[in-house]
Each structure stands twice: as structure tokens, then as C-alpha cells.
Design a protein. Sequence first.
Lengths: 482, 267
Amino acid sequence: MKRKIAIGLAVYSVVFLLAGVYVIRTIRNATTNLDRLITLHQVEILREHFLLQIKKVQADLMLKGTPYSRSFDSVVMHVMGMGRLIDTCFGCHHSPRGMERLNGLKRQTDKYKDALSRVLTVRAETSRLAAEKDAAFRTGEELIEQVGDVIAFTTSRLGENTQKAMSEIEHTKYILYVLVALGPLLSAVLGFVFISGLTRPVKVLVESTRKLKGGDLDHRIEGLKDEFGEVAASFNEMAGSLKEQIQKMQRTEQMVVVGELAAGLAHEIKNPMAGIKVAMSVLSGEAYILPEDKAVLQKVVAEITQLEGLMKDFLNFAKPQKPRLEPVNVNQMLHTTLTFHLKHQAVGSGGSGKIEIVRKFGELPTILADPTKLQRVFLNLFLNALHAMPRGGELGVRTWLDADGKTIRVEVSDTGSGIREDLIDKVFQPFFTTKPKGTGLGLAISRQMIEQHDGAIAVANRPGGGALFTILLPVEAEGSAA
Amino acid sequence: MIGLIPEQNLFRQMERYEPMGEYLSRKTGAKIAFKVLPRYGNIIDNFKSSKLDGAFFGSFTYVLAHAKAGVEVLARPVAPDNTSTYHGMIFVRKDSGIRTAGDMRGKRFAFVDKATTAGYLLPLEYFHHHGISDYDHFLKEAYFTGTHEDAIYDVLNRKADIGAAKNTVFQRLASVDPRIRQELVVLERSPDVPENALALRKDIDVSVRNLLKESLLSMHLDPGGRKVLERFGALKFIETTNRDYNVVLKYAEDLHLDLSTYEYMNN
């Protein structure tokens, strides 16, 4: 969010900076155009002034020798003024064509001044004087004509330039209007975007908190990003943890009930069953018992033995013993379990297909664990895998150490039909089973034992079919294992 | 107010002297302005009527003004070729066929002004020397251009057949117009006389006179002054006295001119 705010402010600043630069540039262009127009008009006035000055000098010339002639000093002043005006024109910038015209005007002006000087100084016969005066007048007329041409030309150019400048100024005006209108609008839009960006995630968080408070522990926040995304992730983590803790509490309550039940059963059933078993064993050993009856008695003893096992499991689950920790090589234990115990236990699994066992053991450190419990967990998982593959398949066992060196991972996979997705969350619940003769305690006890080692166990279906159990065991256990 | 004789085109003359006026005003603290006059003789009239405080005089004009109005000379410029004098010249077009005084009969003569050495005294002396006492009848037309420049151009442009003018103006024009040397030929020249010099009215305050003189004489020592001199077309100003005009006095004497009664105004 900080990044977004920073980017937003940067965008905002850049937009306004660009707009400001544009406004300044357009205003500068407009003022430049106006300056240029003013200069052009000044030049136009200068030319008109120049023309007037020439006409004034021409008038001086015409009046010379008449009763109305102006003083010599006035004439000189007029001519000098005319000369200064044309010199002023050279102080401005001109195009090569304009400079050529100006040089032409300057030459003609100098010629006119020469002729005027002659008229003013020469003393001769009347005819010569008249000729000089006429020559000067004609030169003056030519100059007037030239200046008139220049004025006509520049007037047309001035009109074009004025039109162009006014058009640009009009354009600038419209641009400024648009910017003045767009500025507040853009501010409002950007403000709305920023405020929405802040309030929407807050609203989502508040609503989610309310849902959580209302008991919807499965609600998760999605779609938030940046810092709000991090808050959402923490919220989701908290919701998950809350759900887990509640489930643990529920399990603990179940365990209390089961424990009390198991204790009662042990007391009420175990001893009578032991008596029945002994009695049946003794009875089956009597000589008068017919062989077919002996088989029945032995069947009864076997059933009682199975019931005792069930009771034992029940008691173990309800009142688990503390693990007795000792150094354990997990790979070695897996190997032993697969090689010896599994074969022994698998005899009665009922499967007819060929089971291929694939081992992929990574290098693991020795950990402190209860070997009996751990072996039972592994064996339980292996037997489950065999049961899931009645027509044969592949039992995969893989181990490795996490990159951080703190957790050992054990994966047990099969190529059976996998677990129904709607049941996958229940497989670790006590008394849940999909087997016709299952007690529903195997995986519950396995999880209990793994958790006694501060570990975790999870199940998932493999993409290619079959189930995949993953056990996580800490290299250095804490909590109950300590 | 300083008067200027129309040595060249009136307006160029003003433009030539204006920077000097500004410089001298700064140096002396007095407002010094120039006034160009249509005729050499007007200067003398203006002194008589006290309209002018001083003027840049041609050599003969000064001699006349000194005699008639008592003006006193101060200083004159030294040209870039290190000369402070000029001389008059009589010239014709090369293709005119005029080479002697006799050839001038029935021709048109462009004088400058009756109050000039180069533009009038020289041809007067020339005619005198060749026994021509009344040039009006000898020539077809005699007129006064008023400026040396116009006398030269009138001959060059065939408006006149013979002309008389200062060599300094002749050389200045020839440097920008090669036709002048190519198409004109000089038939006679006068002795060297002092270049146009600044002279002041005799009743001008001595301190002002000295300040102005000092400013002119030290112009070439000042960077600003050197720039003005460069534009003016001079290296420096040198002190000038009445003795420098002896040659002009001698010239007038040879022509039997009585300066006190000399009619300097052109017809």
C-alpha cells in the first residue's frame, strides 16, 4: 500500500507538474506571440512613421524657394530624423529577404539624402537648381514607392501573422479552460481511487472479522494485496489456527469421554473376557471334546484375543502412554519395518496382487523418538497401503530432510483408488473407517503418536491415483517430546 | 553650439561630427551640439549674429572669419596618413579633352563655395595665373555646389566639365568609388593649407576655451577618445595658431583680395 500511495502521489505530482509545465509553456507561447505581434505592429508603425517623415521631407523640398519654405535647420532635422528611422530598422531581426529589402531602402534613402544635400547647398542657375530639385523629388518619390511596397508586403504578412497568433492564443485559451476544468475533476477521480483503495480492504477485513465472530471458521479473505494482503494472510492464518485449536479441544473432549469409557470397559469387560478365554482354552484341551467342538472353542479364543487387542488399542488411544525417547535412525526403522514387520503382518491382509515396494531414502540425521510408537505408525500406514491395493500395486516410501535442516519428511504412497474427497478430512478421526472390519482407531492413534513427537501427519490424493501420507518430524523435538 | 561647414554631404557631415559632440560634452561638462550650415559663408554670418560659439572652419573660411568676426583657432585634426593639411585640386574627366586653361573656355565649372580655398581660391588663382580675369564670361557656366563632394561627383557624372575641391575629400571618395581615380584627372593643385580647424568666438570664457582645447588635444590618449577619433577619421588633434594660416593669407594677397571687404556669399 505504501508503494501504491507513493506511486499514486508520484503520478499525481507528475500529472500536475506536466499540466503546470504545459500551462506555463502555452502561456509563454501566447505571450511570445503577443510580443511578436506588438513588435510587428511597432515595426509597422515605424515604417508608417518613416513614410510620413519622407513625405514631410518631400513637402520641405516642394516648399523650398516659396514664401512658405521651412527653415534650413528644420529641413536638416527632418532629413536626419528620416535617416535615424531607417537605421532603427537595422536594429531588428530580419529574414535574408527582409534584409535585402531593407538594404534597398537604405541605399535609396542615402541617395535621397545626397540629392537633398545638393538641393540645399548648390548655388547655380535656375535651370540647374530646378533640375537638382526635380531629381531630389523624383528620388524621394521612388523612396516613397519602395516604402509603400514594403508596407504593403509587410501589412499582408502582418495580417497573416496576426491571424496565426490570434488563432494560437485562442487555442491556448481553450487548452487553459480544459485544464482548469480537468484539474479538479482529475483530483476528485484520483482522490476517489486512493480513498477506495484504502477503505475497501478495511471494509473486507471488518466484514471478515464479523463472520469469524459469527462462527464461520472456514471463511477466508481473498483478493487483497500489498500490506492489506499481508493482514489478510495473517487473518486467514489466525482463522485456520482457531479452527484447529477448536478441533483439538473437541478431540480432547472426545478423548476424555473415550478414556472414561475405556477405563470402564477395561474394568467391566477385560477381566471376564480373560476368564472366558482361559476357560475356553482349558476346555478345548479336554480329551472328551470332539475335534469339531475344539475348532469352535479355538475360534472363540481367537475372537477373544482380537477383542483384547481392540481393548488394548482403545485404552492406548484413550490414555496414551508418554513416548520413551531414544536415538532413532528413521531410515533404518523404515527399512526394518518394510522388510520384517510388514511381511509378517501382511500375511493376513488378504491381498492377492503383487506389491512392489519403492524406497527412496535421503540422508537423515538421528532423532530422539519412541521407536515402538514410530514403528507402529509406519506399519499402520504400510498396512493401510496394502489394503488399498488388493490387486497389487506400488508402495512408495520416500524420506528427506528439509532445506532448513529442521524437519524430516516421510512420504508413504500407494497406487490404490485413493480416498473420497468428501471423506479425506475425516480419516484421522477416531472410529472412522472404510474397512468392513476396521476399528477406526489406526490413523487416529497414528496422528496422536506423531503429535506426541511434535510432528504432523497429513493425507492427500495423488494426481495419478492413490493416497499419499506425509509425516513431518522435527529433528529436535520440543513440548511433549522433551 | 558649434557650426559645421558643408565640406561633404550635409547629413554625413552631421553624422561624422555627432560622436565627437557627445564625447566633448562628457569631457567638458558643457552641452556641445553641432549645427550644419548650408553655406561656408553662413558660418561667418552666424558668428556675427552670435548664434554660434565656435565652428570647424576651412582654411580660407577661418581667415575670413578671423578678419570679419575675430574668431580664434584652437586645434585641427591629423589625418590617418599623419598629415594635418590639405590642398585644393582642379580636375576634369579624362575623356573631356580639357588639359589647359584655354581648353576650359565655354565649359561648365563646378566651384564649391566662395569662402573655400580649394573650391574657389585655387581656380581663381588658376584663372588669374592664366590671364583670365572674368571667368563668368570665359566659362559657359560657373556654379557653386556647396560641398566638395558634389563638385567631384558633378564632374564625374558629367553635370559639370571642370571642378575644384579638397584633396582629402577627393581621396576619401576615391577609396570607396574607384571611378574617381579611373575617370578624373587633376590639372592643378594649391599649396598645402591647414585642415579644417575648430575656432571659437573671441568672447568665449577662457576656462571653457582651455578645457575644450585640452579635451581635443588629449583625445588620442583616452581609449574612448581614440574610438571617436577613429570614427571621425583622424589620429589626434594638434594645436593650431594664426601663423598656420600665413600660407592662405599669402594666397589671398597674391590674388589681391581684401579680406575685410571680400564678398564671401555665393551669387
